[in-house]
Write a new protein. Structure first.
Length: 142
């Protein structure tokens, strides 16, 4: 629906579960034709939605094997343009190469709410974990 609403001055949509007549929406997103649509979750239904509609995947957990299966499902539909983000913890840094080789584009680390100087220090430490990484099969370095 949003992919119909965002780029058009006046949009109309009639789907299986949602239908709306002509409408206008402002402000429009700056990104053209629209911001990326990220899908969350790791269930089969979530992956099916990703393959059909998503521009990016942000599961709440993922293994290298799951990343490979999702990449295969995307490739089967000609979808090599989807960004794969993997949640990770700093203590699991040994998995970064495996995630990259499996097809992850990025890892997403949690960051607690901290005073600015502490947050900047932690961000620098997290950035150092990923610098120069990317397994031999990676699409792009993490």
């Amino acid at each position: 629906m949003l992919k119909a609403i965002w780029p058009q001055e006046e949009a109309e949509f009639h789907g299986e579960h949602v239908s709306f007549g002509p409408l206008r929406m402002w402000p429009k997103p700056v990104q053209r034709p629209h911001p990326p649509i990220y899908m969350g979750g790791h269930s089969r239904a979530a992956v099916d939605r990703l393959v059909e509609h998503g521009d990016g995947w942000l599961p709440n957990r993922a293994t290298p094997a799951k990343i490979r299966r999702v990449r295969e499902a995307l490739a089967d539909q000609g979808r090599d343009d989807v960004t794969v983000n993997v949640p990770a913890k700093p203590e699991h840094v040994s998995m970064l190469d495996a995630y990259a080789t499996a097809g992850a584009d990025r890892v997403v680390f949690p960051l607690d709410v901290l005073p600015e100087s502490d947050a900047l220090r932690e961000l620098d430490e997290l950035a150092a974990l990923t610098t120069g990484r990317g397994g031999s099969g990676a699409r792009r370095p993490l």
